[in-house]
Design a protein around this ligand. Structure first.
Ligand code: F6P
Length: 362
């Protein structure tokens, strides 16, 4: 087979597992004697003049560090021209043209784009940027909100980070006979809170997909045999007539009911942490699948894990399978999203465990 020249880029928010993917792609290219160019700072670095690149075959990072969180290629900057600033300035077409030109100048046979649902939706919508090369996307996100894949890179590590965090909080909660309201990330998808909540056997899990009743939550906590515990609150929930951080809103309600409590915000710690084994195995599977796709000259595809199988699907199939939302950052852009569905087995399991999960499935 002809030697190829490949690019790799990490876009959107970081998560643990990106470096494992980068390392597996580097190893795979070295095995095949293919050239690998790392594009720095996501699409921001691709836009920059000159394009920010690293020669990965010769300057690959330390193998022993590939389990560490973050991305050695970085994900983007806030102080440059990018999708968001260009769209807000009405200059998205110029921005996209420059990305296309940068890719043309790099003369790549294929680009591996590691991104979340925002980046994948943009790649689908503005596919013209990637014409002339084989675009293979790998889904990553701690939110697990990407349609058509049961697993995303970074999710399992984020769950583990939350579990470790809550395990520690429980010890101080017990010492002071009080409750912790822990606010998780996840945007408007409750997967992260749901998984971590089941893992720690939280007392309540509030997610955006399920309506809840604060009085019933209070009753549930008051009827607990314990006087300490954890209420996990997904950042995407809301209470009518209230504003501010969701954990603060719930804490105010608990205060009003004389339930001693504190709030806790693990924030970006959820995107950190040494990559857990299942995320590393997922990375190996996705990368294996990505190499096969490149060898078969597939393009505009995404690797997925469904029903125990790694395969590629078209970006079109990914996009059409989700629920559409306006991109919160990019005017005019639409993202395709997945959520906790009513038949999610963890909802039933959590309820059977006695966890308060809210009232009614939407
Ligand atoms: O999409 C990943 C995510 O970590 C969300 O869970 C969270 O709401 C958001 O990104 C945080 O973004 P930022 O790093 O810009 O604060």
């Amino acid at each position: 087979m002809k030697k190829k020249k490949i690019g790799i880029i990490t876009t959107g928010g970081d998560c643990s597992g990106l470096n494992t993917i980068i390392q597996r792609i580097t190893d795979g290219c070295n095995l095949r004697k293919w050239q690998l160019i790392g594009i720095k700072d996501g699409t921001d670095g691709l836009y920059a003049s000159p394009t920010q690149t690293i020669d990965m075959n010769n300057e690959a990072f330390q193998f022993a560090d590939s389990h560490l969180a973050g991305s050695i290629l970085s994900n983007g900057r806030t102080d440059t021209t990018n999708f968001i600033t260009s769209a807000r300035a009405g200059k998205l077409a110029q921005f996209n043209n420059k990305l296309k030109k940068s890719l043309y100048d790099l003369d790549l046979d294929a680009l591996v784009l590691v991104g979340g649902n925002g980046s994948l939706s943009l790649a689908h919508t503005y596919r013209e940027i990637y014409s002339g090369l084989s675009l293979v996307c790998i889904p990553k996100t701690i939110d697990m909100d990407i349609p058509k894949t049961e697993k995303t890179i970074g999710f399992d590590t984020a769950v583990q980070q939350l579990v470790s965090y809550c395990d520690q909080l429980l010890l101080t909660a017990r010492s002071h006979h009080r409750w912790f309201v822990v606010q998780t990330m996840g945007r408007d998808c409750g997967q992260l809170a749901l998984h971590a909540g089941v893992a720690i056997a939280a007392d309540a899990i509030l997610i955006p997909e399920i309506k809840f009743d604060v009085d019933n939550l209070v009753k549930h906590i008051k009827s607990s045999k314990r006087d300490y515990g954890i209420i996990l609150v997904s950042e995407g929930i809301s209470i009518r007539g209230h504003s501010g951080k969701p954990a603060d809103m719930i804490a105010r309600k608990l205060n009003a009911a004389n339930i001693p409590n504190r709030t806790a915000f693990p924030e970006h710690i959820q995107r950190a942490g040494d990559t857990v084994a299942t995320d590393r195995i997922l990375a190996a599977g996705f990368v294996d699948c990505a190499f096969k796709a490149i060898e078969n000259n597939e393009t505009y595809v995404m690797t997925t894990f469904e029903n125990g199988e790694f395969k590629t699907i078209s970006l079109d199939e990914f996009f059409k399978a989700g629920k559409f939302q306006k991109d919160p950052n990019i005017p005019g852009a639409i993202t395709s999203n997945a959520y906790v569905e009513p038949d999610n087995i963890l909802l039933q399991i959590a309820t059977d465990m006695g966890i308060y999960m809210g009232e009614k499935k939407r």
